[in-house]
Design a protein around this ligand. Sequence first.
Ligand code: SF4
Length: 339
Amino acid sequence: MLLDTFSRPLRNLRISVTDRCNMRCRYCMPEAEYVWLPRASILTFEEIDRLAGIFGGLGVRKVRLTGGEPLLRHDLPTLVRLLARHEPLRDLALTTNGILLARHAEALRTAGLRRVTVSLDTLRPERMVTFARSGRHAEVLEGIAAAAAAGFESVKLNAVIIRGHNDDEVLDLLEFASSRGIEIRFIEYMDVGGATRWDMGQVVSQREILEAVAARHGEVTPLREDDWAPAERFRLPDGTIFGVVASTTVPFCRTCDRARLTADGTLFLCLYGERGLDLRELLRLGAGDEEIAARIAETWSTRTDRGAEERAALPDRGVLHQIDSLRADPRREMHTRGG
Ligand code: SF4
């Protein structure tokens, strides 16, 4: 097993297949314009497939396809089919905003995708217009229904909760999910690259979320079954299970086994990481699998990242990157490195 300097294994790889998105959520892409990765730099399916095989050989067992919005990448089921052939990659998942999911859910399932997570921050279509500059709320709901019907091993919902925007919907979102037999995870607003409107006052903490749920539903019991999962899961008296990802107020870097591959083939070891390893260059200069594996292993074994813990320790925590710094290097954006 490949371990970093804090004995964290490399087991989990998030692969961003595009930096493009068809929404503009205020916690991720609030600006009017963006600098995009050059098209020629985007990894082909064959290049992603080759890297996935190398990562599988290094101990990665879970792959999650992200973006941007991954379903904007043409013919994504073909990539899923390629990745599903790698025996070590036992868990193949997708995070999507759901807009295009209804038309692709069955093909993705048939291709070998096991799990789907759909972002749903509001149940109010008009609020999605202001929150994410998208009027396609009905398509997101159709996508969730299609995923639930397609036979995936799991369908989950993610909701980023921001004070003053959707913190009055925690209970409604929980009810929406539980009435459909779907698990929802509430995510604290994070100060990652791209969150240029972030401030601590807008963060709705795990504690507040649990208090709101307990006030309506009674005792909230923590389930402590997987220390390596980002979400802490809870059970309600009626059996409903939900999760909270408390990355901002209760960071979990000590159990972080995740690496991130941007759409242009840069490997980052942390959502907050400043420098990445350029795997595209290695691929395109003709490096062999063993050489690439050795570079990844060397990089992971010297990993010291614990970005969220370091941010939490700051006395005066503000925005991570200003707009100029994001424009100078779009790989700093969460939508580029797969949040
Ligand atoms: S901040 Fe970095 S090290 Fe910490 S959990 Fe997130 S990705 Fe992992």
